[in-house]
Design a protein around this ligand. Sequence first.
Ligand SMILES: Cc1cc2nc3c(=O)[nH]c(=O)nc-3n(C[C@H](O)[C@H](O)[C@H](O)COP(=O)(O)OP(=O)(O)OC[C@H]3O[C@@H](n4cnc5c(N)ncnc54)[C@H](O)[C@@H]3O)c2cc1C
Ligand code: SF4
Length: 492
Amino acid sequence: MADPKGFLTTGREVARTRPVGERVKDWNEVYVPGSLLPIISKQAGRCMDCGIPFCHNGCPLGNLIPEWNDYAYREDWSAASERLHATNNFPEFTGRLCPAPCESACVLGINQPAVTIKNVEVSIIDKAWDSGDVTPQPPERLSGKTVAVIGSGPAGLAAAQQLTRAGHTVVVYERADRIGGLLRYGIPEFKMEKSHINRRIEQMRAEGTKFRTEVEIGKDIDAAKLRRRYDAVVIAAGATVSRDLPVPGRELNGVHFAMEYLPLANKVQEGDLTVSPITARGKHVVVIGGGDTGADCVGTAHRQGAASVTQLEIMPQPGAERNANQPWPTFPMLYKVTSAHEEGGERIYSVSTTHFEGSAPEEGQTVGNVRSLHLIEVEFKDGKLEQKAGTERAIPAELVTLAMGFTGTDQANGLVQQFGLELDERGNIARDDDYATNVDGVYVAGDAGRGQSLIVWAIAEGRSAARGVDRFLTGTSALHAPIRPTDRSLTV
Ligand SMILES: Cc1cc2nc3c(=O)[nH]c(=O)nc-3n(C[C@H](O)[C@H](O)[C@H](O)COP(=O)(O)OP(=O)(O)OC[C@H]3O[C@@H](n4cnc5c(N)ncnc54)[C@H](O)[C@@H]3O)c2cc1C
Ligand code: SF4
């Protein structure tokens, strides 16, 4: 156990963020660089090393949290990194971006603020990179088997790294021009600087994983050809089809999916564009959707110099405390103030959009520009969402982003049809307990199989699917499989 009295003598302290006025002028991560180092060992010392560490179950990767807390407390960063990597390929992603269901399940959290598990995780991995502890781990011998991974988000990357290290020759196909999936073009730089992805890719290349960008399976290479060329295929293509809002005025200029808006802002940061063709500068911005994607639009709009930013959510505002039906150790729905919300803007709950209004089309335009959004208050009655008569009003809207979630894997490129894949009742690619689809040798991992989820689940799926593939190719596997396809967050 780290410090037997740590949880009694030390209060919870988290990473400090830079002043709002400073950070909205740049795109760097919002945290004060180095602010965790002086405090993190004592924070790790708050871990009680419980007999039954519920945090293990809270974390889909089954991260060995009390073990690395102990090493972090003793400042044995190298051992901490080894324990961390035993279950997590990319702790620099989760340590920055995970909503930390482990902390909701921390036993200390029953009557005190939980251990800052996520902060300890990111400190361990940042130290490990700085000290040169993260080195390529190429396989000792090759199996002679080949695997194609479709999609380079966290699920595809985790599957690829596991399978490469198991000795298989792995090629990752990505339709975008850079590797990373939503980590690259969804999540903004201020939440995670992309240099973290780049150095992981370098490690993976040095281990032997090959990457092919700007190749869309289904369009550029058809499924039959891919199956002929490889012994196994892992589909990690994400759930990239955005949920639409089919109300009058949707067709107006200035109404965009979040995933049309955010990638362009990320491309500016990559140096591909000087100004985003969809910018919030000087505009009244409305973000529809109260989740992570919506918050990323809010933070991006602030940095682009929006005149105002309003975020709408159809559900009621969650409370600051756990609901009775979401007790410890479940992951509760709580009112969350992200760094983007600290930076300004208004959040309106329990409202639904009825329509948009716009200007008359200018010369050369077929539709006008959005000018306002009409909303109406809604409430739950007998389990159904109903509009409250007489509450309709209009708010100014010159840029609207739709961040209402995703409906499933892209089928427009023929991927699903060409492979002949069966879908489940939610429209995701169906798989068995080994992550195998109905097509021999074709596996599925991440949002493509689970539906829209989180990075930690995607990595866990990638690791687990890799074990299924390894067993298919060799008859046995020593790879770690943290979750079954049907596993979900802890609930009562
Ligand atoms: C804006 C945004 C912010 C988010 N923020 C967070 C967060 O803070 N924390 C968190 O835990 N989760 C967050 N999420 C969710 C998280 O990013 C996803 O759950 C996760 O990335 C899913 O990983 P994946 O590997 O399954 O798919 P993805 O990351 O979606 O990657 C799939 C990849 O497959 C590629 N692809 C698709 N079809 C083909 C094809 N036919 N051929 C070749 N390539 C193909 C796509 O281009 C894409 O790069 C966020 C999501 C969004 C949209
Ligand atoms: S990956 Fe997420 S859930 Fe797991 S230990 Fe890290 S922050 Fe917690």
